[in-house]
Design a protein around this ligand. Sequence first.
Ligand code: OAD
Length: 248
Amino acid sequence: MGSIGIDGDTRVFVLTGAGVSAESGIPTFRGSDGLWENHPVERVASLGGFVDDPARVWRFYSERRAAARAVLPNEGHRALARLEASLGERFLLATQNIDGLHGVAGNRRVVEMHGSLWKTRCSRCDRPAFDDDAVYGDGSLPACGRCDARGEFALLRPHIVWFGEALAPKDLEAIENFFDEARGHRFVFVAAGTSGAVFPAAQLVERARFRGAETWLVNLEAPDNVSSFQHVLLGKSGELLPSLFASA
Ligand code: OAD
């Protein structure tokens, strides 16, 4: 199989999706039937779904928290942590995963584009998201203490980018800044474990190509946007990523 030679001029941007956590035991989105307790995922991962039934949404994310807490990073996550340790600021990882496993593996230069399962924020006021691993499985609902102190009532919500919501501008900016800096150097773009079905993540490969990036894909099967990649490695990321960066 191919491997990416890394030298002192190389910048590496990695985009990961649910496939990278599959070997840790977290199911992917489009590989399953897309339902949770017979509800379409959009019903529990949208603001409309939260307004309709916040207890149902918190039960869904509480289950995700409990499941993610029980798993460990795999060899794919660990390979990316080693790559960051060797490249430092010449590396950036953007993940669509909310499970936090890249951080557990040791990556620090991570943009969590779709938010984090391990953070909560108010659904109404602008208090910053805070660390939270609580499980609300019994129908109890967390309220915002800051709103409460003002005599108002507001529910807390998971710090997740739901269907129909925009990504945080600071996250898109961090990615754009890295792309701009990488232009003029040897710029390598790697997507791993993602179906290329959700925007704007799916179009990052084209944005990187526009800036002269060499593009690599590591995925179990050919995704929708496979033709955007110059190098395609089909297989499991936990098996392919460790040897992809052999010289780093
Ligand atoms: P998907 O479930 O759409 O795609 C996962 C991809 O990983 C598929 O193309 C699989 O072939 C591949 N795959 C499965 N196991 C693999 C393995 N062991 N190694 C390598 N590849 C493997 O997941 P995402 O592309 O991450 O958004 O989905 C993007 C977004 O859609 C998610 O972040 C989520 C969802 O709506 C939000 O929740 C906002």
